[in-house]
Design a protein around this ligand. Sequence first.
Ligand code: WTA
Length: 653
Amino acid sequence: MGDTGPAIDALQQRGEAYPPPAGMATYAVVGDPAVYDRAAADPVGWWEDQARRLQWDTPWHTALDESDAPFYRWFTGGTLNVAANCLDRHLAERGDRIAFHWEGEPGDRLHITYRELHERVCRFANALRTLGVGRGGRVAIYMGMIPELPVAMLACARLGAAHTVVFGGFSSEALRDRMEDFGATVLVTQDHSFRAGKHVHLKDNADVALAGAPGVRHCVVARRSGDPVEWTEGRDAWFHDLEQASSPDCPAEPMDAEQMLFALYTSGTTGKPKGIVHTSGGYLTGASATHRMVFDLRDDDVYWCAADIGWVTGHSYIVYGPLANGATSVMYEGAPAFPSHSRMWEIAERYRVSILYTAPTAIRSYMKWGDSYPKVHDLSAIRVLGSVGEPINPEAWEWYRDLIGSGTAPVVDTWWQTETGSMMISPLPAISTLKPGSASRPLPGISARVVGEDGLDVPRGEGGYLVIDRPWPSMLRTLLGDDDRYVATYWSRFPGLYLAGDGCRVDEDGDYWLLGRIDDVMNVSGHRLSTIEVESALVDHHAVAEAAVVGRADELTGQAIAAFVTLRDGVVGDEALIAELRNHVATLIGPIAKPASIVLTADLPKTRSGKIMRRLLRDVSEQRHLGDVTTLANEEVVEEIAAMATVNPHQED
Ligand code: WTA
């Protein structure tokens, strides 16, 4: 990595800095900036303090065991039950408090208290026991966003069994591979899920997957649509039948702190997904502590993480973190634009949501649909906004704060990964001065650096590799069944340092600017440019809703910048606009960043978690045969873009 400097500067210097809301620090969870130094002076002690906020059956004897690094262990000797921490310990004081305001896509609603959730989890845990699941058991979960999903996860946790949640948008092949790799003996699914007014045939997909996964002996089916599904007698059982037949009395098993809580599969650089292993004590410590600090959680907050539980964000910030903190959350089943572009804001208004956590790609969609949708809703309860999943471009950041946060709510841009289990680099809303596009700095207790090829710190202002140089409690412990790949992927490039795989630069104030995945860094005529910078510059133009940029091979310049742009509704795209966009990028960043080609497209190819598939766009740009596109949420769009890119491959000066 090298001279990303001048390019980023152009965007950065333009940007404003936003101090925290006046007076917020007085009442905040974290209101004193000295917290950073205190935690840095004794990071292990700091994490022990966070862990003590949980309820342990046996205290740990060793907070951090580094004897077998990089296989770090936290809180060894300690035992706790994750479900008891999320449910039982709240019952005495806040049993009647709402855990989830659940809203189905068709409009049905449930308000589930901690006591009700506890009872359902106990019943379902007993039901799982009758299917042979106990301590160390393995359960796969393939569901949409219905209450039975957290019930199933917590029931596993109660028994000391591990779960793997497979996102409901994945194919039957993906489900089969993950169930097999995980060694699941039970699958929990549902008849259909609702998405954008359509039925997703989860049970049908599960049937196909189960045919190739003989190790899975039972299939539990939650009823959601009520429409008929195929049934295999002896293997299949209804969720509600099992629940009703089971006792609500189910003692929580004290589990070793290092017991696997779940594995979650994520894509790596090879075709085989990696099973990221998380354990109990350290993971829950990280998820709950960061949830409380970063969102400045208060007793009267209504919190909404609009992610899907099928991804790590939903695990840590819909289920485990908020429940461990006794929070009241909103959980929404469906698509954000169903039945209208107002859906999100209607829900936020209805429950007086005070903390909203979502992804930049979603924010850019809302921007594209137009300001009129949020404007007619009362969003005045919102006081903290969060962003996660990719770098957020300053324009989206400012729109989010202005339109959703009434121009006053701090936006916490949280950087973390499936592997890190919880947030790593993020502002603390009552004490951080925010710069749109920067994730601020490592959270207390986290130590991150930016290094060059030689593993040494790069000077401030220069881009490099983001590494974490001290273990943290919610870190992944290994890749399931593949310790070697764990070491090779994360710990080999720079021994002793965790390689995040992201580019980053630290500015003169010590603020971190994430530059996208290392492989998203382009090299044009020897100048290194991050795709996000060019994307941000494009989205900065008033006509642009969303942009994706890739480096495509070019004989002359090494790589040339290929841009794919979605325009805001109502804007007409023509050659003049394309020229204007190229000049806009040149003005903001410099002529070197001018895209060689801009393709206007109605939509961008995205994974089902909303990440833009740049690899595919690179293939399209280089006119390569397209590989597997089945993980896309919108397969059709690729062919359309490919056709356009072929007709109009170059708009060079
Ligand atoms: C990216 C999601 C910039 C990053 C929690 C990381 C981000 C990958 C941010 C992990 C952010 C996530 N700013 N980039 N605030 N948050 N990323 O495993 O490239 O789905 O490595 O975890 O998303 O994605 P994952």
